[in-house]
Design a protein around this ligand. Structure first.
Ligand SMILES: [Zn+2]
Length: 220
């Protein structure tokens, strides 16, 4: 009986160690950041940048423009076509009583590098990979992605706002998609981010919404 209890104890410890081994680096487990391809169409509106598709260190869009300060927390840059679409969206939302404000837009490779390594230093690599992107793997470097906040002025809690509900209904009409939906975490490689929107143009955004899919699957 004692031997039986001891065996159970050993098996439990082994099981815990195995679980820790596989979950400490989920990206390895799911195949992210392995088999990395270089992005060949960085200027394409439908460009795919994720944990397996990497932008060059020096890539920077050539048509970056500042977002109207009425719709941005501070000076934020985005590609011209996205700026027009986002300002149109934010203006329409405002007319209907919703305040949608950009908190992050274009981010350079070096800025992303700093951001990612701050996460690694403070919370470890597994956490950094879950909450941030390694440099070259962030959509923010394309100038096509925007993080937004609403009435509670906390992008982390954007899902709790009426602005989020508005975005759920209308973002696609302006060419934006919720880039990292909860149900596609295993496909996108990123945890659910209710605040992160990606410009893909009205046609693709409408199809992605109608088909209830994500960019990775849409482009396949
Ligand atoms: Zn983002």
């Amino acid at each position: 009986m004692k031997e039986e209890t001891f065996k159970k104890f050993v098996y439990t410890i082994l099981f815990i160690l195995i679980v820790i081994f596989f979950t400490k680096d989920c990206d390895f487990f799911f195949g992210f950041y392995k088999d990395i391809r270089k992005v060949k169409n960085p200027n394409d509106i439908l460009v795919l940048v994720n944990k397996n598709n990497k932008l060059d260190d020096d890539y920077m869009p050539k048509d970056l423009e500042a977002i109207d300060i009425n719709y941005a927390m501070e000076e934020k840059y985005i590609r011209k076509e996205v700026k027009i679409a986002f300002e149109t969206l934010a203006k329409k939302a405002k007319e209907e009583g919703y305040n949608i404000v950009a908190v992050s837009a274009f981010r350079s490779y070096s800025y992303q590098d700093e951001l990612y390594h701050t996460y690694v230093k403070t919370s470890g690599k597994a956490y950094a990979d879950r909450c941030s992107a390694r440099p070259g793997h962030s959509e923010h470097q394309t100038g096509l992605a925007i993080d937004v906040m609403g009435e509670n002025q906390d992008y982390n809690k954007f899902a709790e706002t009426k602005e989020f509900q508005w975005m759920q209904k209308h973002a696609h009409e302006y060419g934006f998609i919720l880039r990292y939906p909860e149900k596609f975490e295993d496909v996108t490689g990123f945890k659910y981010e209710p605040w992160h929107y990606r410009y893909v143009g009205v046609e693709a955004a409408t199809k992605i919404k109608e088909e209830n899919t994500c960019l990775e699957l849409y482009l396949q």
